[in-house]
Design a protein around this ligand. Structure first.
Ligand SMILES: [Mn+2]
Length: 440
């Protein structure tokens, strides 16, 4: 190893390679599948999400609305997409896909030069083409707004913008019904393509590196946000432009708060800390939870509960296969806890889809090949619960992994992230001397 390589390993640490570029067919195929869902009397019109105000004139970092991102790959505001199964007249020809964008509306993933399956027009042409597309149309599918209503707190009313706009459109265009495009796209988004799985795999891998770094630097007296910083440092360093959701780092009694994200408390020896985190990589989120002993070693009681959750998780993962229902998966987890007499400490469901959204859209009826779902059993024992010995009270344990449904059963995408108690303890022990990341 030459000096430069050695130096860059020490300074930079290891980087995972990134996923290959999107193929030019990926987004074309998504739109083609979308068009196939629709009959010839329908039209789809979608708008890129608007920037969200943080305060005064500062916006949050922009992130595209997921349905629009799914069909266009554009992560910028301003563009519009029109899909017409019948085809709409554009520049003397006929197009089924029309993207309206300006120079500022960003480029599309996989096909920066335009879209091979349709036309790209300046946004000022939208109104005219849209009106033309309406003749002979009986259903207009619109993007679902982020927020269905505005709270008018002074008058104690909710104003449903979506409903108002639908009503007024239907009044002006008799014979056309307005529907949300959400459910149609959800039926596509729930099955992940090979290229989507690649993104999720990468998001999971760098989330794992973040969790390993957090395990290495965790010590009594540190603040929860120090672990948050360790996780997010590693994810960001390896190309995650966002976190899929605010990182949850809850120690002691904070481990009982399911969506705790203040992450400000001092972590004490003898406490556990629940870290529920996920990098978002090229739009796709991971969702992984690990529970660590702050001191580096679980107490006997913590180990008891930890292993019960781990066993329940293994049984639940074994139940994941195509054709099974989500209800059966829930039951697998519950049964494992019932067998140990611990089911009274269950506080949440055990599985959800993960993808462009961390709680991704999709059917929660039957599992199908290509779905990616979490398996996240947890037990939460309140401080005041006298049905169990004192050493068990006032903390919780959750273990969460991301699982791909395959032809032959399933694949745990986050399997490389340590989750056995002894593995975690061993990394934490080594971590006193160095940050332990996996070799390439
Ligand atoms: Mn989850």
């Amino acid at each position: 190893m030459n000096r430069f390589v050695l130096l860059s390993l020490i300074v930079g640490g290891l980087l995972r390679g990134s996923a290959a570029d999107w193929s030019s067919e990926e987004f074309v195929q998504r739109r083609a599948r979308m068009l196939k869902q629709l009959d010839t009397t329908s039209v789809v019109v979608m708008r890129a999400g608007d920037p969200k105000s943080r305060s005064n004139d500062v916006s949050f970092k922009y992130r595209q609305e997921s349905n629009f991102l799914y069909l266009t790959g554009i992560n910028a505001p301003g563009a519009c997409l029109l899909l017409s199964p019948r085809g709409v007249g554009v520049n003397g020809g006929k197009a089924h896909v029309v993207l309206f964008k300006d120079a500022s509306s960003g480029t599309s993933a996989g096909h920066d030069q335009g879209i091979p399956d349709g036309a790209v027009l300046p946004t000022e042409r939208f109104e005219g083409i849209f009106q033309t597309s309406l003749s002979g149309t009986s259903t207009l599918y619109l993007s679902t707004p982020d927020l269905g209503f505005v709270n008018d707190w002074v008058n104690g009313k909710r104003m449903f913008l979506d409903r108002e706009s639908r009503k007024s459109f239907e009044r002006e265009h008799p014979g056309i019904k307005v529907k949300s495009v959400g459910p149609v796209i959800a039926s596509l988004r729930q099955i992940k393509s090979r290229e989507e799985v690649e993104r999720i795999r990468h998001a999971v891998a760098i989330t794992g590196d973040g969790l390993r770094r957090a395990m290495s630097v965790c010590h009594p007296g540190a603040r929860e946000y120090e672990l948050q910083a360790a996780v997010e440092y590693e994810m960001t360093r390896q190309g995650a432009a966002y976190q899929g959701f605010p990182s949850i780092v809850g120690s002691g009694e904070n481990s009982l708060v399911l969506h705790y994200d203040e992450n400000t408390s001092v972590m004490n020896a003898g406490d556990v800390v629940v870290m529920d985190v996920g990098a978002e990589y090229e739009g796709y989120s991971a969702d992984v939870t690990r529970t660590l002993p702050v001191s580096g070693r679980f107490t006997r009681e913590q180990r008891d509960i930890y292993d019960a959750v781990l066993v329940a998780q293994a049984k639940t993962i074994a139940s994941i296969k195509a054709g099974r229902t989500f209800a059966q998966v829930e039951k697998a987890a519950r049964d494992a806890f019932v067998a140990r007499g611990l089911d009274r400490f269950i506080r949440h469901g055990v599985s959800h889809h993960v993808g462009l959204d961390v709680h991704d859209v999709g059917s929660i009826d039957t599992l199908r090949v290509g779905m990616v779902v979490t398996v996240e059993p947890g037990l939460y024992i309140p401080k005041t619960d006298t049905t169990i010995a004192a050493g068990y009270r006032g903390w919780g344990v959750r273990i969460e992994d991301d699982v791909l449904v395959t032809e032959s059963g399933n694949e745990v995408l986050s399997d490389m992230i340590p989750r056995k108690a002894a593995e975690i303890e061993s990394i934490m022990k080594k971590g006193r001397h160095q940050v332990v990341l996996p070799g390439k």
